[in-house]
Design a protein around this ligand. Structure first.
Ligand code: MG
Length: 170
């Protein structure tokens, strides 16, 4: 059984993942509003990934005979100054989430909860990938010049992103 301290920490993280999902869906809405459906598609897939992360923690807490208690999530940002500003906020969000996952790993070490450490190792690796994927788009936006034909070509490229099934966890 999971300790109550870790149970509470995982419950907080479920809300954090749901808040991330909400933020990315809000970014998808922004990109739709400025007629960049490829960027919107990319953010929509981010939204799905964050929902999957939330559910991974949800399932884990239940598997360990914990109790999932959901809290509230705050309103996402709805207005962005530019395409680049939205992407930068996405990167900052992922960096924040990485720090949260690291903190969870620290708590699970203090609690000597080895099973939770194994779960969190998956998330630590995932965060490396999350930070890289948004950084790639930021770099490509810069290379494209961020407007005109370059921006439309990048939008087409991002339209091709498909969601990948989550690998099973042990
Ligand atoms: Mg996540």
């Amino acid at each position: 059984m999971i300790s109550s301290k870790l149970n509470d920490a995982f419950n907080t993280q479920i809300d954090n993942e749901l808040a991330s999902a909400h933020l990315y869906l809000s970014m998808a809405a922004y990109f739709e509003s400025i007629s960049l459906p490829g960027f919107a598609n990319w953010m929509r897939i981010q939204h799905q990934e964050e929902m999957a992360h939330a559910l991974k923690f949800f399932d884990y807490v239940n598997t360990r005979n914990g109790r999932v208690i959901l809290g509230g999530i705050s309103n996402p940002t709805t207005d962005f100054e530019s395409v680049g500003a939205a992407l930068m906020q996405a990167l900052e969000n992922e960096q924040k989430v990485s720090a949260m996952i690291n903190k969870l790993y620290e708590i699970s070490s203090q609690e000597k909860d080895y099973a939770s450490q194994v779960l969190l190792e998956w998330f630590i690796t995932e965060q490396v990938e999350e930070e890289k994927s948004v950084t790639d788009v930021i770099d490509q936006l810069r290379i494209s010049g961020g407007e005109g034909a370059g921006l439309l070509i990048l939008d087409d490229k991002l339209a091709a992103r498909v969601s990948e099934p989550e690998p099973p966890i042990q």
